[in-house]
Every structure is written in structure tokens, then in C-alpha cells.
Design a protein around this ligand. Structure first.
Ligand SMILES: C[S@@+](CC[C@H](N)C(=O)[O-])C[C@H]1O[C@@H](n2cnc3c(N)ncnc32)[C@H](O)[C@@H]1O
Length: 210
């Protein structure tokens, strides 16, 4: 097991358990609404924008969670939508949601954000929804997302963060909005839009110097 894999396995295990139980009622319909206000609506808007930008080319949603937002993206997309997550239970729920919605273009893949099993420049749109705050290793995740994004692609990010507590090197949850933006820029992603909603921050970015 590589260094740093144990915390990731633990996080994956916890989310796998939550996928079938508390995740949607307590997190999606609870915490996201309390701390993020209209975050869920804004995330769904990002998904539709991502489908329009991709225009039939592949889309990645990482981490996919239970696929609650991803089914809408797949329904709006003519191309393949890959939902990836480290938690097997989340991938299982996503596959079930795709089957229930009759969406053959939504594919669930178990994968670690730090080692994505995709070729360079595979995806024309990437969504990273409510994920960065719970994944250790922000720069590794952003480097992988940048690697698999096409040169003319777009990255849509949403995070819950508490900027008031920000400190250099702090987990993403405590980063300020400028620090978050600087992290994306350091990964070669030019931020074209930053939106606030209560404790949530939504960003859009594209490869720098395209
Ligand atoms: C708060 S949920 C967000 C899921 C979904 N995007 C949503 O908004 O409902 C965070 C997700 O990150 C996943 N995750 C945590 N660490 C990960 C990693 N290293 N690689 C891939 N997924 C990870 C968890 O399994 C969990 O499903």
C-alpha cells in the first residue's frame, strides 16, 4: 500500500457505508442545504453547463457520490458520462441510479482521484462537486483533473469551505476563496468564474494559456 493510502481507504469505507444509508438524507438534503443554501440548484446548473460545453464528448464527474447530480448530466448529454469515486458503495449506487433512470451513457468507475485510470485529455468537461473538502491532497487531485481535461475543456468545482479559519497549508475546508483560486491557478487552471453561496464556493476553470 502506498504512503497516504490508509486515510483514503478509511474515507472510502466510511462513504461506502453512508452511500446506502445516511448520505442523501443527511448530506445532500441536509448539510448541503444548511451550509450551502441553494448549492444543490447551482450544482445542477453547473452540470447542464458542463453537458453543453462537452457537446457529446466525454464528461467526468469526480467524486460522483450516489450519482444524485450525475443522472441529470447524463440525461442532458449525448455522450458518455463517467462517474468515478473511491467508495465502492457510491459507485454501486450510481450504477443503480443509472439503471433506474434508463441511462446507458452513465458509467460508474471506482477510482482514486490521485491516480485516475484515464488517458491524458480524455474529458471535455469535468465536475468536481462537493469533493475537494473531503479529499486529502488538493494539489495531487487538481493535477490529475488538469491532466485528463482536454485543452479546450472546462472544470466545474464546488466546495464547502470556511474561509474565516484559513491558514496556509490547511485542509481545503479551511482555505479562503483566494487560496482556493490560487491552488487551481498553480495546477495550470485559469479560473474564469467564482461564485459564493453561504459557505459554498463554485468555480469554473479552463486550462491556462489555451
Ligand atoms: C461529499 S461527497 C460528494 C459526492 C457528490 N459529488 C455529491 O455532491 O453528492 C464526497 C465524495 O468524495 C469521495 N472521495 C473521497 N476521497 C476520494 C478520493 N481520494 N478519490 C475519489 N473519491 C474520493 C467519497 O467517497 C465521497 O463519495
Amino acid at each position: 500500500m502506498a504512503r497516504g493510502d490508509l486515510p483514503k481507504k478509511l474515507i472510502g469505507g466510511i462513504y461506502s457505508w453512508a452511500a446506502d444509508t445516511v448520505y442523501e438524507p443527511l448530506v445532500v438534503n441536509g448539510a448541503f442545504r444548511v451550509f450551502g443554501g441553494t448549492l444543490n440548484d447551482l450544482v445542477r446548473r453547473q452540470g447542464l453547463d458542463a453537458a453543453a460545453v462537452a457537446d457529446g464528448r466525454p464528461i467526468l464527474d469526480l467524486p460522483v457520490g450516489t450519482g444524485t447530480f450525475t443522472v441529470d448530466i447524463a440525461a442532458a448529454s449525448r455522450g458518455i458520462v463517467v462517474g468515478a469515486d473511491i467508495a465502492a458503495g457510491m459507485v454501486r449506487q450510481t450504477k443503480a441510479a443509472a439503471t433506474e433512470a434508463g441511462l446507458s451513457n452513465l458509467i460508474g468507475v471506482q477510482a482514486d482521484a490521485h491516480r485516475l485510470p484515464f488517458r491524458d485529455r480524455t474529458f471535455a468537461s469535468i465536475l468536481c462537486t462537493n469533493g475537494l473538502q473531503v479529499m486529502p491532497g488538493l494539489s495531487e487531485t487538481l493535477a490529475e483533473l488538469r491532466r485528463v481535461l482536454t485543452h479546450d475543456g472546462k472544470l466545474y468545482v464546488s466546495v464547502l469551505n470556511m474561509p474565516l479559519l484559513s491558514a496556509p497549508g490547511a485542509p481545503t475546508l479551511f482555505l479562503s476563496r483566494p487560496q482556493l483560486k490560487r491552488s487551481l491557478e498553480a495546477a495550470g487552471l485559469h479560473v474564469t468564474r467564482l461564485q459564493r453561496e453561504r459557505l459554498a464556493t463554485l468555480l469554473e476553470a479552463e486550462p491556462s494559456g489555451k
